[in-house]
Design a protein around this ligand. Structure first.
Ligand code: KIV
Ligand code: ZN
Length: 555
């Protein structure tokens, strides 16, 4: 990098728009969406999609709910032409979906594009030419007037050559893009758009689409919004114009630029699923749409099965959706931090099904897009008690008493520390079983039976302590009390039972009971034990033995 002062790069000049309106607006309705996956997205793939893959992808876009789909640049390649023909000839396009094709302002390309559209019901002819000073200077060596002439001549040819198509019943709308709009002087962008509009003669019911691309993203999103508001307020036939956005993501702010520019008055958004496209990509329509949804505005696109959509996308494009990609990334509903897990648990526990979504750290109910709650908690040495308890409950059915959360959290953190990696849910389950349920040394329960006498309970128990059998009897006000009294005849350290809880595990004839017992040692330490049995009484006695063994292990 150049050391300061930086002379290699220049700041983008701001737009003079003193009365700008967009900063105080909010988005209240969804824009018209146009997918450019099959054109802008496809042309950016190392291995472009085959016709079969494009057909599958087209069906996916239709299923999601796109009503405008740019299907290619049929005059530029035979595959794109054939794809367009197959869509039409095989009647794969629903009547309410318009296919859009891109074309340069050259007569032979325009006639070929119209040929590609023959027989289609609903189409958009998308004409473009580059307009920025750098493009005029380095690529075209042309004046402003020359560039206007290219666009207007192109418009005349489209109008002229599309007459037979329209006469044969095709609805054809017209879109014009001053490519590199955001790097073009605003007065010139306006001049060329006005010249094209003059020729096209749009009406209120058949509007022209003026697509204003950020072909390369050079500015902060507020400048983009200013550019769009400036155009929106200077166009003479605004009521006969749809302003379309087409942001690329070079600065990583394509979504923000799109959102602010919707505030600035744009009507339509071109973009791709998951932001595929040249260099850093086109704007990610999934994110823009779902951002709207989480603000209470239905986007009119259906991402209920985001995993299925991602699967088709990854297979057809041979790209991967990054794990942190909003909404669709593998890790976006996963909390690693213990305090986050705790907050998620607490807020989720009180979330009512029909109440406004108020779960902390997760701005969207994962179920809305077909994602699972199970993936939310992952355990590592930083995870908190809440996360471990959540996982044991939701994956294995152990509803641990609240007071036990801290103890199990510490145990699992130690296991994760020792392992040095994240724990799977099976690891957590194993650690829980070994620590509480499978402790049979030094004390093991061989036999336990109670008989009731008046309001008291008598127990007969056989224990082995370090391999030596002990036959014990005891009385108490219940089985636990009787068992604890019976232990007085042994050399085991004394303790007091502080709390007891139990619940069933599983249902029907398979159901077992799990008990949790908290004890306090003579030294004042508290700890838990847990036991499982089909017999609820035995489950609680096993839980006491588990607590005793844990107490002895700590001494
Ligand atoms: O990024 C761009 O400017 C384009 C145009 C052809 C619309 O893709
Ligand atoms: Zn583009």
């Amino acid at each position: 990098m150049q050391s300061a002062p930086i002379t290699k790069y220049r700041p983008f000049p701001p737009v003079q728009l003193p009365g700008r309106q967009w900063p105080s607006r909010i988005i209240t309705r969804a824009p018209i969406w146009c997918s450019v996956d099959l054109r802008d997205g496809n042309q950016a793939l190392a291995q472009p999609m085959s016709v079969e893959e494009k057909l599958e992808y087209f069906d996916l876009l239709v299923k999601i709910g796109f009503k405008e789909i740019e299907v290619g640049f049929p005059s530029a390649s035979q595959i794109e032409f054939d794809f367009c023909r197959r869509l039409i000839d095989e009647k794969r396009i629903p009547d309410d979906v318009a296919i859009q094709i891109l074309c340069q302002c050259r007569e032979e390309l325009i006639t070929r594009s119209i040929e590609a559209l023959r027989g289609a019901k609903n189409t958009i002819f998308h004409l473009y030419n580059s307009t920025s000073p750098a493009q005029r200077k380095y690529v075209f060596n042309a004046s402003r007037a020359d560039i206007v002439k290219i666009a207007t001549q192109g418009t005349i040819w489209v109008k002229q050559h599309s007459r037979p198509l329209v006469a044969a019943g095709t609805r054809m709308r017209f879109e014009y893009s001053p490519e590199s709009f955001t790097s073009t002087e605003l007065d010139f962008a306006l001049e060329i758009c006005e010249a094209v509009t003059d020729l096209w003669q749009p009406t209120v019911t058949d509007k022209i689409i003026l697509n204003l691309p950020a072909t390369v993203e050079y500015t902060t999103p507020n400048v983009h919004a200013d550019q769009i508001e400036w155009m929106s307020t200077h166009l003479t036939r605004r009521d006969r114009t749809l302003i379309s956005l087409h942001t690329h993501n070079d600065r990583g702010t394509g979504v923000a630029a799109t959102e602010l520019s919707l505030l600035a008055g744009a009507d339509r958004v071109e973009g791709t699923l998951f932001g595929n496209g040249e260099r850093t990509g086109n704007v990610d329509i999934v994110t823009v749409a779902m951002n709207l949804y989480t603000q209470g505005v239905h986007p009119g696109l259906d991402f209920t099965d985001i995993n299925g959509i991602r699967e088709v996308y990854e297979r057809c494009t041979r790209l991967e959706v990054p794990v942190r990609s909003p909404y669709a990334g593998e890790l976006v509903f996963t909390a690693f931090s213990g305090s986050h897990q705790d907050a998620i648990n607490k807020s989720w526990a009180v979330q009512k099904p029909d109440a406004p979504w108020d779960v902390l750290y997760i701005p969207l109910d994962p179920a809305d897009i077909g994602r699972s709650y199970k993936a939310i908690i992952r355990i590592n040495s930083q995870s908190g008690k809440g996360g471990v308890a959540y996982l044991l409950e939701h994956e294995f059915g152990f509803s641990l008493p609240k007071l036990m959360h801290k103890e199990i959290g510490r145990i699992i953190n130690d296991v994760a520390d020792a392992k040095g990696t994240e724990l799977t849910s099976a690891d957590v389950h194993d650690a829980f079983r070994q620590e509480y349920l499978e402790r049979t040394a030094p004390v093991a329960l061989q036999h336990f039976k109670t008989t009731e006498r008046d309001s008291a309970v008598k127990c007969d128990a056989t224990l082995t302590i370090e391999g030596v059998a002990h036959k014990l009897t005891g009385d108490g006000n219940g089985p636990i009390d009787a068992f604890v009294h019976s232990l007085g005849a042994t050399s085991l350290p004394q303790f007091e039972v502080l709390s007891y809880s139990e619940h069933s595990l599983g249902v029907g004839s398979e159901a077992r009971a799990v008990s949790y017992i908290q004890i306090k040692t003579a030294r004042g330490h508290t700890l838990f034990g847990a036991g499982i049995d089909t017999n609820i009484e035995l489950a609680s006695i096993k839980a006491i033995v588990s607590a005793i063994n844990r107490m002895l292990a700590k001494r």
